[in-house]
Ligand binder design. Structure first.
Ligand SMILES: [Zn+2]
Length: 195
């Protein structure tokens, strides 16, 4: 029997290669919320949360306020420790974890999503940036279907992925790990009418 070293940590099925394991995970555990190693993720310090919140708000606001700000899909990336992502987003309905690719994700939708993110980061205007020409750029939360005229909620996605850097020293290879959050969203520019 061929060796099957790639084991699913959610149901103990084994596979001969990683691609098969990934396919299995997508089919059988698509909306998985179990983080098998969650017992080693310690509760983050409040100061770590505050620091991450500052980085996130700054990244979003810089993107919205850029002179090159164009409408459309955007991404910002911010360094973030794994336990911070886990503890901030694990209670959300759309929180998922892909075990074999070590990737977390959490999707927010529409105006409700904008508000929820504001509550998470204790910052209600995180998604609006006014410019000095009387306009503002915002994180877009809905679009109108051109045919049905119905409003469809847009997504604001958060994902966390482990990254690493290999380095040779003293004849050995060392791997250093770190984590990055990617936030994807759409922007929209509007003119504010003032009296
Ligand atoms: Zn499985």
């Amino acid at each position: 029997m061929a060796a099957k070293p790639f084991q699913c940590l959610l149901c103990n099925k084994s596979y001969t290669n990683k691609a098969s394991l990934v396919t299995h995970e997508r089919k059988a555990h698509n909306q998985n919320i179990i983080v098998p190693h969650c017992h080693i993720l310690f509760t983050p310090l409040y100061s770590s949360y505050c620091h991450f919140r500052g980085l996130f708000i700054d990244a979003i606001q810089s993107r919205l306020g850029s002179h090159h700000a164009t409408e459309g899909k955007k991404k910002v990336q911010v360094h973030c420790e794994e336990n911070l992502f886990y503890f901030i987003f694990r209670e959300q309905e759309t929180f998922t974890f892909q075990v074999s690719s070590y990737k977390y994700s959490c999707i927010f939708k529409g105006q409700v999503g904008i508000k929820r993110i504001g509550e998470i980061f204790q910052c209600s205007n995180w998604w609006i940036k006014a410019n000095n020409l009387g306009g503002e750029t915002i994180v877009d939360y809905q679009q109108q279907d051109p045919i049905t005229k119905k409003f469809i909620d847009k997504e604001i996605g958060f994902s966390w992925k482990q990254k690493s850097r290999k380095i040779f020293q003293d004849g050995y290879e060392f791997i250093y790990f770190y984590g990055v959050i990617t936030c994807s969203f759409s922007t929209y520019r509007q003119t504010v009418i003032s009296n």
